[in-house]
Design a protein around this ligand. Structure first.
Ligand code: PAJ
Length: 275
């Protein structure tokens, strides 16, 4: 049976009862198969899995979708129960931020200003602050994050290393619908027609990755062709740690675009240069 805890006191009591190692999967709820995959992955990394469900106001900009972000806790709990998750922490905003907006936050540094950070000022400070708080409250041995949010994963790894947060970070590959669209809680904003347009993102990334052996220019050209007519925010080819792309070897191709009023992101691994 899944135990739902809503306060830090309840969490501390439940945490004390966890025997063996614990994996934490932080989420904002509206759970889908991508989240389920992280939870399954967490189960292979520790004796027990805890999931947090918290729509973190600190990581949303003033013009973003905080108010309309889907909140489906009852359905989420049914799924978490089916997945055998022992502990769910779903705090209120005042439980997480009892003193209002925190005065001290985690500065994501230069990597936090690129790509998503350029379009969403303050976003990664909000993410790193809440993740640091969740790690401090739950004290997991392992925390699992999706490659779907690749820059987020890279920044969390960096924060854990730079600030000695004492937890192992594990990344899990992106789960997609059979037609290629990366699963996202925000996909439910899309009309059927917008959903068809949204397929251009994953198509572009696939087309780009196939050109990897021909080098960076060919990758970007192939991806750009698939994105014709799409309101692209960025298409970027980077190294695996999001520095400049190498001439040869492992790299990452990332895209962000607006479809209607919905902002979508996706990325894939690829190898540049002759094999
Ligand atoms: P959320 O968007 O709910 O995502 C929670 C976790 O699920 C993240 O690690 C994300 O990368 C992963 N995820 C989302 N879609 C996925 C997919 N299609 N395949 C694999 N993993 C996927 O990311 C956040 O919440 C928040 O920023 C959070 C880390 C919880 C901090 O508030």
């Amino acid at each position: 049976m899944t135990e739902l805890v809503r306060t830090r006191a309840e969490l501390a009591a439940a945490r004390a009862g966890v025997a063996g190692s614990l994996a934490l999967v932080p989420t904002m709820g509206a759970l889908h198969d991508g989240h389920a995959e992280l939870i399954r992955h967490g189960g292979t990394q520790a004796d027990a899995v805890a999931v947090s469900v918290f729509v973190n106001p600190l990581q949303f900009g003033p013009a973003e979708d905080l108010d309309r972000y889907p909140r489906t806790l009852e359905r989420d709990l049914e799924l978490l129960d089916r997945l055998g998750v022992g502990l769910v922490f779903a705090p209120s905003a005042t439980e997480m931020y009892p003193n209002g907006s925190p005065a001290v936050t985690v500065d994501p540094g230069p990597l936090g200003a690129l790509l998503e950070g350029a379009s969403r000022p303050g976003h990664f400070a909000g993410v790193l602050t809440v993740v640091t708080k969740l790690l401090g409250l739950v004290h997991p041995d392992v925390a699992v994050f999706g490659e779907k949010d690749y820059q987020q994963l890279a920044l969390i790894r960096r924060a854990v290393a730079d600030l000695e947060l004492g937890v192992r970070i594990v990344g899990a590959p992106t789960v997609r619908d059979p037609d290629g669209l990366a699963l996202s809680s925000r996909n439910r904003y899309l009309t059927p027609q917008q959903r068809r347009h949204a397929l251009a993102l994953s198509r572009a990334l696939r087309a780009g990755a196939e050109e990897g052996p021909s080098g960076a220019g060919a990758v970007l050209k192939a991806a750009t062709e698939e994105l014709r007519g799409i309101d692209v925010d960025y298409l970027a080819l980077r190294g695996v740690e999001l520095g400049p792309a190498p001439a040869t070897g492992p790299a990452r191709l990332l895209v962000a675009a607006r479809v209607g009023t919905t902002r979508l992101i996706d990325n894939v691994p690829l190898t540049l240069g002759p094999a």
